[in-house]
Design a protein. Structure first.
Length: 139
């Protein structure tokens, strides 16, 4: 009986000890977890290259230069990818190679994208032909 009384006094203290210090024993195992893999971001720039938008090309090119010069205001990180699609009457995807961002390459990337977008022909221009509207291939 005397032994059982001692156990009744020791057991609640042991449970309290385990509750307080047990998580500390597991903490090293939690820190040993592998680091989360950094995921690269993907950016897609889509440009309207229709004839109506050609007059806005200089301001679009300047804006693109500003965006890439600032790394999209700090959103672009090393090895993020930047894709370019254009559209006029139809979407043209995959014609410009995917670019990998590096902080020192912003100006070159902007120059390459601006040259590509500027070279895209406006395939259709709309004109007023007598009494009806019609599509005419642009020169």
């Amino acid at each position: 009986m005397k032994n059982q009384t001692q156990w009744n006094r020791i057991l609640p203290g042991a449970w309290m000890f385990l509750a307080l210090f047990g998580p500390m024993a597991a903490a090293p195992a939690l820190r040993a977890q592998p680091a989360a893999r950094k995921v690269d971001n993907r950016f897609l720039l889509i440009f309207d290259t229709s004839a109506e938008m050609k007059r806005r090309l200089p301001s679009v090119q300047k804006t693109l230069g500003d965006i890439l010069a600032t790394g999209a205001t700090g959103q672009l990180r090393t090895n993020d990818t930047v894709g370019v699609w254009t559209f006029d009457q139809e979407l043209q995807a995959g014609q410009f190679p995917l670019q990998r961002w590096r902080p020192d390459s912003g100006a070159m990337m902007a120059s390459n994208i601006n040259a590509f977008v500027g070279s895209r022909p406006a395939l259709i221009r709309w004109c007023r032909c007598s009494t009806r509207s019609c599509a005419v291939p642009s020169d």
